[in-house]
Design a protein around this ligand. Structure first.
Ligand code: ATP
Length: 376
């Protein structure tokens, strides 16, 4: 297994006339055995970063090291990496057995018997042994995905690189495969870099998450870190579903005002000092309908999700989303005010978009106390 050190990685496409900077000075270490997820909007450079790690793209600047050895100029086949892509790329004319065994046939001098034994071992691990004689077109999407994984595993790679490997599957299967993949990765403890545009998938799967935007690394951290302590407004907006509510407010002493009737007085004024405006962020789950709240709104739509309700409202021109208990069903078109706790409030610099204040609410409760008393 390998630690991957990425230093000042830059990748440009195009000639001098029309250059696209796909990866812009990315610095990152992926620890040995870690499951790191690259996430970000379409075109932010996730796939290109992954392809640079795998040796499928020449880098414009910077270095990539596996366990301290510089592999920047090594080609893909010289690096001990296995890649799994969205489209599986199985050979349609080959059986599952031959598809899985193919990389060994290409890269080693093992006998057919040895390869066959190893294929069976991998197929058992993935629960696809009964499918070994079938062709890819006879398989479901989930089964094809397992075969593609099998083909990646069989070479005992130092590094797995996965690019949206679950996005062709339906929602239920995707969530099952998510768990299976995580279990498999833990079992094999192969350093893994995984690309997705789906922040929920990133949060669920990654030991750490690397958030990219415009080719630049915005933040690397655990799911909790990027959710609770985003470094800037972009990360706050990208992580969390539904998205955080964001708007600009004027600062007057320790009070935030506007737009359209919003007013909130902070106890801790440090983040406001020297500012006349800030960007305010409150997550949908932290808004509570109260009689004297700081956000007067009109309810537009209530979506009943069964276990909770999503409440969409307008505060003047600002669209707000709140996640509220499923027992609460305010009529659409009524006026409502939301309140929130200062410990849940996010503030950002309107110019740089850097975070000035993030969540300070308690993160961990005493588990033993919780189960004994039924609450905290
Ligand atoms: P998506 O989620 O849509 O796959 P991504 O985050 O993986 O996006 P990349 O595919 O890495 O993004 O692309 C980053 C930028 O580089 C985009 O602007 C893209 O158009 C550009 N790009 C990627 N590959 C090439 C190429 N071979 N030639 C020219 N431009 C490219």
């Amino acid at each position: 297994m390998a630690t991957i050190d990425i230093t000042n990685l830059r990748k440009e496409f195009g000639d001098d006339g029309e250059q696209i900077v796909a990866v812009d000075d990315v610095d990152l270490t992926i620890e040995d055995g870690e499951f790191l997820v690259f996430v970000g909007p379409s075109g932010c450079g996730k796939t290109t970063t992954l392809r640079c790690i795998g040796g499928l793209e020449d880098v414009t600047e910077g270095t990539i090291e596996f366990d301290g050895t510089d592999v920047t100029d090594e080609r893909a086949r010289e690096r001990n990496v296995a890649m799994v892509f969205q489209n599986y790329a199985l050979y349609p004319h080959m059986t599952v057995e031959r598809n899985i065994g193919f990389p060994l046939k290409l890269s080693t001098k093992q006998s057919s018997e040895e390869i066959s034994a190893r294929v069976t071992e991998v197929a058992e691990l993935l629960g696809i042994e009964p499918l070994l004689n079938k062709k890819p077109k006879e398989l479901s999407g989930g089964q094809q995905q397992r075969v593609a994984l099998g083909r990646a595993i069989i070479r005992d790679p130092e590094v797995f690189l996965m690019d949206e490997p679950l996005s062709n599957l339906d929602a239920k299967l995707r969530s099952t495969m998510r768990t299976e993949l995580q279990e498999l990765q833990k079992e094999l403890s192969v350093t893994t870099a995984y690309v997705t545009h789906d922040q929920t998938e990133a949060m669920a799967m990654g030991d750490r998450i690397a958030v990219l935007n415009h080719g630049q690394l915005q933040q690397v951290g655990t799911a909790e870190e990027v959710y609770r302590s985003p470094t800037n407004e972009f990360v706050a907006g990208f992580i969390g579903s539904p998205s955080i509510n964001l708007f600009t407010a004027a600062v007057d002493g320790n009070t935030l005002t506007g737009p359209d009737g919003f007013t909130y007085t902070l106890e801790d004024t440090a983040p406001l000092e020297g500012r006349d405006r800030v960007r305010v962020g409150v997550r949908p789950e932290d808004l509570t309908p109260v009689s004297d709240g700081s956000m007067p709104c009109d309810v537009t739509v209530v979506e009943q999700m069964g276990n909770e309700n999503f409440l969409y409202a307008e505060m003047g021109d600002i669209d707000l989303t709140a996640r509220i208990e499923s027992r609460l069903n305010p009529a659409e078109d009524i006026g409502i005010t939301f309140g929130f706790e200062e410990e849940d409030l996010y503030l950002f610099d309107p110019q740089t978009s850097s975070a000035l204040k993030t969540k300070t609410s308690e993160t961990n409760v005493d588990y033993q106390q919780y189960v004994q008393t039924g609450n905290v």
